[in-house]
Design a protein around this ligand. Sequence first.
Ligand SMILES: CC[C@H](C(=O)O)C(=O)SCCNC(=O)CCNC(=O)[C@H](O)C(C)(C)COP(=O)(O)OP(=O)(O)OC[C@H]1O[C@@H](n2cnc3c(N)ncnc32)[C@H](O)[C@@H]1OP(=O)(O)O
Ligand SMILES: [Co+2]
Length: 134
Amino acid sequence: MIGRLNHVAIAVPDLGAAVATYRDTLGAQVSPAEDQPDHGVTTVFVDLPNTKIELLHPLGDNSPIAKFLERNPAGGIHHVCYEVDDIAAARDRMVAQGARILGPAEPKIGAHGKPVLFLHPKDMCGTLVELEQA
Ligand SMILES: CC[C@H](C(=O)O)C(=O)SCCNC(=O)CCNC(=O)[C@H](O)C(C)(C)COP(=O)(O)OP(=O)(O)OC[C@H]1O[C@@H](n2cnc3c(N)ncnc32)[C@H](O)[C@@H]1OP(=O)(O)O
Ligand SMILES: [Co+2]
């Protein structure tokens, strides 16, 4: 059912500092910052040969990652994103197995212009899981 690891997301308190770390200290290719108002975050993608790192910063007043950063003031790994061939079929199968979808059951369009959904961390080994339609 799940396929490639599309990205690992890191929530950061200072996006500029995180970009400098990945670009200058780690020598990686980083994308320009993009506001994602529909998701309450600003994203920067770090392109790696085999996957991506998504740097996340809160956007707006009720960002879904605000409390995470309160709990982890230096930042931290926030979620993993797996690709699925058919996100509706994957959703239905996982819900039938007891996984909870966060937010509306209808997928939203994510940072790559593809439908995405999130599964509750408590059902996923304590890890917030994002599904993205391949
Ligand atoms: C532009 C889209 C982009 C893309 O890639 O396409 C994105 O990835 S957008 C990313 C931002 N959006 C989301 O994360 C949406 C889904 N997330 C949520 O709905 C919330 O973050 C939620 C519900 C997972 C947690 O919200 P919050 O922290 O405000 O709720 P609680 O404090 O009640 O937490 C409940 C419970 O879950 C634990 N928790 C919270 N966040 C995480 C996490 N990232 N990983 C693992 N566990 C997490 C938290 O500690 C609480 O556990 P408890 O034992 O009750 O303390
Ligand atoms: Co993501």
